[in-house]
Design a protein. Structure first.
Length: 79
């Protein structure tokens, strides 16, 4: 029940920058789409909406999510 954000277009030493691990209250995933919502507080006053990238991602065109090792995930960096 923790998440971290990998910040777009921000790199240090050729590695992406991410936030610290933070708790969240609930995760809602749409089973018919690639979208999801991370509910940060029980009163639903803070949330993050996003999507999972796919080969034919409507949101970003040709960009695809790359594979990450477990070590990269622990460190919050992308390859």
């Amino acid at each position: 029940m923790r998440f971290r954000r990998i910040l777009n277009d921000i790199e240090v030493g050729h590695r992406s920058v991410s936030t610290a691990w933070r708790p969240y209250f609930e995760l809602q995933a749409d089973p018919t789409a690639e979208t999801f919502t991370v509910i940060l507080k029980a009163d639903r006053s803070r949330l993050i909406r996003s999507w999972r990238h796919t080969a034919d991602c409507v949101q970003c065109g040709v960009h695809r999510t790359g594979e990450l090792s477990l070590e990269d995930i622990r460190n919050g960096v992308t390859v």
